[in-house]
Design a protein around this ligand. Structure first.
Ligand code: AMP
Length: 173
């Protein structure tokens, strides 16, 4: 059943730049059964973990995080690019291949000890999710796991996250 969903992920070569093989999940999202199956599979994996908050990373993480939170009976917390959140924020800068990027979370988004599941569409080097973990840790949340639709194992994101979060991915390449 998940095999069919996996087949809906489309590879686009040289996007957004030369040498990148982009995993396009839009064909999966528009297929009602595939979308349903991947959300159900993620929800089933974490259904007994008493998740308080699903923390979703802008922007493709939102597409999975919102239905997953709903299904788990958890709240949804958004991690955003800089300058988008209106109230007081916690902010982290992290390294990219070239330069740096910033992620923010509302300071009051997570209370001490709450059980958190972090979600994004894809794990590559792990830099993005490591930054989101840093934000959750600063607020005192307890990271149960970081979950992904897709893991690109050759980029060693799982190792980078080994001291920070357990990693779960539905499809590994
Ligand atoms: P990283 O911080 O290196 O783990 O990169 C993860 C972030 O970049 C995720 O939010 C992904 O959406 C995006 N990303 C990185 N590589 C790809 C790829 N090959 N295809 C699609 N999205 C990617």
């Amino acid at each position: 059943m998940l095999k069919e969903a996996e087949q809906k992920i489309r590879n686009i070569s040289n996007f957004p730049k030369e040498g990148i093989e982009f995993k396009d999940i839009t064909p999966l999202l528009k297929d009602a059964k595939a979308f349903h199956d991947v959300i159900d599979a993620l929800a089933q994996k974490f259904s007994s973990e008493k998740i308080d908050y699903v923390v979703a990373i802008e922007s493709r993480g939102y597409l999975l995080g919102a239905p997953l939170a709903y299904k788990l009976g958890a709240g949804l917390v958004v991690v955003r690019k800089p300058g988008k959140l209106p109230a007081a924020v916690e902010r982290v800068e992290y390294a990219l291949e070239y330069g740096t990027d910033v992620l923010e979370i509302h300071k009051d988004a997570i209370e001490q000890g709450k059980r958190v599941l972090i979600i994004d569409d894809l794990l590559a080097t792990g830099g993005t999710v490591a930054a989101a973990c840093e934000l959750v840790n600063r607020l005192g949340g307890k990271i149960v796991s970081a979950a992904f639709l897709i893991e690109l194992s050759s980029l060693n994101g799982r190792q980078k996250l080994s001291s920070v979060a357990e990693v779960y991915s539905l499809f590994t390449y």
